[in-house]
Every structure is written in C-alpha cells, then in structure tokens.
Design a protein. Structure first.
Length: 198
C-alpha cells in the first residue's frame, strides 16, 4: 500500500484513535508503558522512533520502543512520557491515544501510548540504556509486505536489517493497523520468540 506524500498523519492518527475502544488487561505486579513516538507527522517526513537496547540489563540488544517499568503510583501516560524523555530526550509531546495493553510472557503488562512530537524534534539517546535510535517512516510501516508470518511468529520487517518480533513487533503492528489504517485489530496473545522473554 502506498500513501500520498501529502497525507496529514497526525490528523489520521488522532481520528483513528478517538474511535478505537482499547482493551485493558487486568493490572499485574509488573506494569510498563512505552511511547509510540511520531516525529514530523506530515507526509513522507513522518516517522516513528525505535530503539535498540544496550547489550546488558533487561532485554539486551533487542529492538524496543522507548519505555520501561512504571514507578509506584505512576500512571501509564506519565510513565511513558518520563521514559521517552529519559531514554530519547523527547518531551513536550501531544498524547494522541492509547492502544491495547499487551501482556508479555514474562508477566509485564505493557501499555502503548501514541504521542506526537513537536515539529523539528531531534531525539537524543541515553547511552546507559539505548545503544542506538532509529526512525522508521510511516509510509514504510503501512507497506503490504512489512508484516509477515513465520509460522505463528509475526515479523515486522521495517528495514533489511531490522526485523522486529513481539512484544514490540505486536505493538507496532497494532499501531499500523489501528492508528494508521483505521482497522480494529487486536494483538493479544501474539507469540513471542523465546529470546524475548527476559
């Protein structure tokens, strides 16, 4: 699927999320939140931010969205925005909406918060947690051949050297389907590779 370079993605995202009825998972002991951060939202300039984790700690070397565990008493939105600022140096964002909670095999309940960054935002990684930051064009994310299946495993091949599995791949897939394409798609229970279960 190819979209016109003139598409106003922020308007599309706001409209689609406003009509989306998200599914909340029962609160668990391990709450987490991530930001699906849209940069320079109009036309072909629109992209989302994807991080590669450092090769130590939780989820070493994995593709991820900026985010992490919630602090005691912290809301999912506050947690997502705090982590986005800490890990990627992005603040002053507009919250466009939330996607479904995703329960990981390791027991985390992850809430994806879709945010629109101010125009001209330049992310800056926290080297203690993020090995590298990457920007994926929304025009790429909606291409027909980006989501593919290897048996029960979803693979989001957003670049020749960037194949993203659940849980992050599931969150990106739902963002694509719901926020960008307006399809009420659910991803609960998408299979995770064994190596993502840290």
């Amino acid at each position: 699927m190819r979209h016109s370079a003139a598409i106003a993605w922020p308007d599309v995202i706001r409209r689609n999320l406003a009509s989306f009825q998200r599914v909340e998972a029962p609160a668990g002991p391990r709450g987490a939140a991530v930001s699906v951060c849209v940069l320079d939202g109009d036309g072909d300039a629109a992209r989302i931010l994807v991080a590669k984790r450092v090769a130590r700690g939780r989820n070493p070397g994995q593709w991820a969205l900026p985010g992490g565990s919630l602090d005691a008493g912290e809301s999912v939105v506050d947690g997502a925005l705090r982590e986005l600022a800490e890990e990627a140096g992005v603040s002053g964002v507009e919250v466009a909406g939330l996607l479904d909670d995703f329960v990981t095999d390791s027991g985390f309940v992850i809430t994806p918060v879709v945010v629109l960054a101010p125009p001209g935002t330049t992310p800056q990684r926290d080297p203690a947690e993020i090995a590298s930051l990457h920007e994926v064009a929304l025009a790429t994310l909606v291409e027909d051949d980006v989501p593919r299946w290897n048996g029960a495993l979803l693979q989001m091949k957003v670049r020749h050297d960037m194949v993203i599995h659940a849980p992050t791949g599931a969150l990106l897939y739902q963002f694509r389907e719901v926020a960008l394409l307006g399809r009420a798609t659910r991803v609960a229970g998408f299979a995770q590779p064994d190596w993502t279960r840290a």
